[in-house]
Structure formats: structure tokens, C-alpha cells
Design a protein around this ligand. Structure first.
Ligand SMILES: Nc1ncnc2c1ncn2[C@@H]1O[C@H](COP(=O)(O)OP(=O)(O)OP(=O)(O)O)[C@@H](O)[C@H]1O
Ligand SMILES: [Mg+2]
Length: 451
């Protein structure tokens, strides 16, 4: 039950207030001065403070001001026997929730306290949600490739350059796209997402460019497309490798002209849109198969970002696990969770074919399935991870030759860089490459150069 602190120097008021509040099930505490209320609030939290305006020593308004300066301050309801308008106005400006006048009405007191408790709870939930949202957008990781990604985001976001993000499923491509938008000069405008794989072929044009009423069966009114909605902001073309050739050519034209015509319309719409695309396909391979337009690839791929799979940056696993433990413990309002080193070890040895998404789902499941466990151990891990971690070790599996090659190259280059203490010129020489060539490769593979 919520806790209420009564601050009043009249014993009669103290008694009648604690009486009616305790009858309603509230916990109560009373003090007679503002100073005493502050020293109590420094030690424990209350949901609502009922505060007399006229107090011996530090008066009610000054006390109010100090209470409101506390972190996660309680709601404060002022009580006054001489309720003048000015005091009420000043108290409200200082953050008081409401005002009660002496003689106190039982009914009104209970209503005001109930409202104040509710407001306090809402404020708390709001704060938690904000905190969660902030931490959800965070790119967690301390590995070299993640640090390089953050560096690359900071560098490239403020330009208007088109970005193509590639990497396996669940590696964090969308998170990177959102981070680029958030760090860009367009962050006040919209971030609009289109999942090209999820929209049926015959609807994607209308989805992207909008349509005019009656332009095809089912077009019962005008519709604004995503390119239009993203005007001034960022359009995220997710799974761009799944777009049909017909749509690709219209997107290409739109990128060239920053202008397009909605389906069934002929007046062109001019827009200012930054396009960020993502794919888990090997687009070069799709080009050679004739499934993806080469010219569109080069238009989109102005700034390439590679998000490496989790198995190539296992040092991020403990950080990610702790991050998701915090997220889900908060979301399911359970206490904070710890995890043993032994369990982390098993998680680090697993190959994570579903990458960070798989890890996130696994942590969520562990939190839900073990509601009373404060420290998660190896035995709480699902058998798949447990077994994989011991049997197959760090063995890697790749779905395409491109991925296997990239992983091998990355590994090899990292080793050579290590051999030469991060000196790129010497590593390039040892690899038989031009220094600039090696730089480009490192950039594409998400390897940061040591300063
Ligand atoms: N570095 C990271 N730090 C924190 N959370 C991450 C990180 N990388 C990925 N995630 C989380 O993992 C989940 C999957 O990430 P995201 O959706 O960005 O992947 P994706 O590469 O777009 O996957 P897909 O190709 O399947 O669409 C999301 O919940 C995302 O917030
Ligand atoms: Mg995605």
C-alpha cells in the first residue's frame, strides 16, 4: 500500500488524518516540522506528503520547494487554514499537486490523496518507460567491430549520404539504421520504415509512393506513400534485396530525381529523403543472378556498413546479456538479475546462428521461466546452448560463401594487424596489399584502425 507522510504541528490534525488514511489501508507517518520531514525523506520514500503551510521553523512553501528538489520526489498536497489564492498559486507553481483547506473534509481528503497516489504511480511508470526506450536504442558492445560501428555512425550520420547496411539476420541492422537517424541532422523529422519482404508485391508500389483514389481496385481513397511520409527525414528500406525488379526501377528513379508520381497520379511529388537500406542477402550475388539492379546497388551503397555476426564478436556477449537482463527484469517488474561466470562462459561458446535477436529472446525466456531465481546459472540455460557450447565449441557455420569469405578475411586481417601491433602499413605489406586497399577492406569488414 502507498505510504503517506503527514507534516503538521497540530496533534488534532495529525490524529484525524492518520486515522482516516489508515482506515483506507495507507501506511502513515507523522512529523511536526518541515525540517523533520526532510530528514525522514532522506532516509525513506513516501508516495504522498500532506504538508501544512504554516509550520514552526521552516515554513510549508520552503519545505515544499526542498521536497520537490529531491530525486523521485513524492507528490505534495498542501494543507492550510488560511487558504489564500496567492498561497495556492505559489504552491502550485512550486510543484504542489493539490490543496486541502481546514477544516478538512473527509471525503475530499481521500479523493485528493487517491489522485496524488495515482499521479505518482503514473510518473514512475513514465520514467521507467523512458529509461527503457533510451536503453532500447543503445548499441551495446565493446568489441572492436562495434566500436568501429559507433565511430562510423558518428562520422557518417550528419552527412546526407545513403547508407547500405549488410549483415546476417538479427545482428542489429535496424538498430544501426535508427542510430544513424538519431545522430543525423534530420533527427527532428520522421524515421519511416518499410519492410520490403513483408509487403505483397502488388501493394509495395502504393506503399512506397502512395496512390490516387480509384487507381486500382481497393484504392478507395488517396493514400500518402512512405517516401512522402519520410519527407525531411529518413526512409529505412529494410530487406531491400526482396524488392521486385519493377519496384527497384521506380525506387532508382526516385533516388535520382528526389521526385516520384503516386500510383495512378501524374503530378509528381518532390521530396527530401535520406534513404538507408538494409539486407541480409549478398546483393552482389543477387546482381549476378539478375535479381537485383546493379545501378540501384551503387546508388544505395554510397556508405556501406557491415554488422558482423555475434559469433565473431563474442566478447560482446556478456555485455549484451547483462543489458537484456536489465531490460527484461524491469519490463516484468521483477528484481535485478545476476548471472554466473560459468553460465556466461557457455553463452560465449554458443554459435548464435540467430545473432543478437536470438540472444535477446533467450534472455527474455530465462527471466520469464525463472521468476524466483536471483542468479541465473548454467543449469538455467536451454539445452541447445548448453550442448552446443560444450560440443561444437566455437565452430562457425556460414550460409553463403560470401559470409564465409568475409569472416575468414576478417580473421586473417585482424591477426596480421595484431602481428604488426596495429600498424596498417606494415600489415598491408605483409598481406601483399596496397595500404589504401587494406584500409578499404578494413572499413568494409568493420575493423577499426588504431589511432
Ligand atoms: N548491439 C546491440 N545492442 C543492443 N541490442 C541489440 C544490439 N544488436 C541487436 N540488438 C537487438 O536485437 C534485436 C535484433 O536487432 P535488429 O532488429 O536491429 O536486427 P536486424 O539485423 O535488423 O535483423 P533482421 O535482418 O532479422 O531484420 C533487436 O531487438 C535489437 O534491439
Ligand atoms: Mg531488421
Amino acid at each position: 500500500m502507498p505510504d503517506i507522510l503527514v507534516v503538521d504541528d497540530e496533534p488534532g490534525i495529525q490524529q484525524s488524518l492518520t486515522g482516516i488514511l489508515e482506515d483506507e489501508g495507507y501506511g502513515t507517518e507523522t512529523v511536526s516540522t518541515g525540517e523533520a520531514s526532510l530528514s525522514l525523506l532522506a532516509k525513506r520514500t513516501f508516495d504522498v506528503v500532506l504538508l501544512d503551510v504554516w509550520l514552526p521553523g521552516q515554513d510549508g512553501l520552503e519545505t515544499l520547494q526542498r521536497i520537490k528538489a529531491l530525486q523521485e520526489a513524492p507528490e505534495v498536497v498542501m494543507i492550510s487554514g488560511h487558504g489564500t489564492i496567492e498561497t495556492a498559486v505559489r504552491a502550485t507553481k512550486l510543484g504542489a499537486f493539490d490543496f486541502l483547506e481546514k477544516p478538512l473534509s473527509l471525503e475530499r481528503t481521500l479523493i485528493v490523496v487517491k489522485n496524488a497516489v495515482q499521479a505518482r504511480q503514473l510518473r514512475g511508470e513514465n520514467r521507467d518507460l523512458k529509461r527503457q526506450m533510451q536503453s532500447r536504442g543503445e548499441l551495446v558492445g565493446d568489441s572492436i567491430p562495434v566500436k568501429a560501428l559507433r565511430q562510423q555512425i558518428a562520422l557518417m550520420a550528419p552527412t546526407n549520404g545513403r547508407v547500405l547496411i549488410f549483415g546476417e539476420s538479427g545482428t542489429g541492422k535496424e538498430l544501426v539504421a535508427r542510430a544513424i537517424h538519431a545522430a543525423s541532422l534530420r533527427n527532428d523529422a520522421a524515421f519511416i520504415e518499410v519492410n520490403c519482404a513483408a509487403i505483397p508485391e502488388d501493394l509495395i508500389e502504393s506503399e512506397l509512393f502512395g496512390h490516387r483514389q480509384g487507381s486500382f481496385p481497393g484504392a478507395s481513397s488517396n493514400k500518402e506513400g512512405k517516401f512522402h511520409k519520410a519527407d525531411g527525414g529518413t526512409l529505412f528500406l529494410d530487406e531491400v534485396g526482396d524488392m521486385s525488379l519493377k519496384t527497384q526501377s521506380k525506387v532508382l528513379r526516385t533516388l535520382d530525381e528526389q521526385r516520384f508520381a503516386p500510383v495512378g497520379g501524374d503530378e509528381p511529388v518532390t521530396v527530401d529523403v535520406r534513404v538507408i537500406a538494409a539486407t541480409n542477402k549478398d546483393l552482389e550475388e543477387e546482381i549476378s543472378k539478375g535479381n537485383f539492379r546493379e545501378d540501384l546497388f551503387y546508388r544505395l551503397n554510397v556508405i556501406p556498413f557491415y554488422v558482423p555476426p555475434l559469433r565473431e564478436r563474442k566478447e560482446d556477449v556478456p555485455l549484451l546479456v547483462r543489458h537484456f537482463l536489465r531490460e527484461f527484469s524491469a519490463a516484468y517488474t521483477r528484481r535485478a538479475r545476476q548471472i554466473t561466470d560459468d553460465a556466461l562462459d557457455a553463452l560465449m561458446r554458443y554459435s548464435w546462428p540467430g545473432n543478437v535477436r536470438e540472444l535477446r529472446n533467450l534472455v527474455e525466456r530465462m527471466v520469464i521461466m525463472n521468476p524466483t531465481v536471483a542468479t541465473l546459472e548454467r543449469k538455467h540455460l536451454p539445452p541447445l546452448v548448453y550442448r552446443d557450447g560444450t560440443r561444437r565449441g566455437a565452430q562457425q557455420e556460414f550460409s553463403t560463401l560470401h559470409q564465409a569469405r568475409a569472416a575468414y578475411e576478417r580473421d586473417y586481417i585482424l591477426r596480421k594487424l595484431d602481428d604488426h601491433h596495429g600498424n596498417v602499413s606494415r600489415a598491408a605489406e605483409a598481406l601483399g596489399l596496397e595500404r589504401s586497399h587494406l584500409y578499404r577492406k578494413m572499413k568494409a569488414l568493420g575493423i577499426a584502425a588504431k589511432e
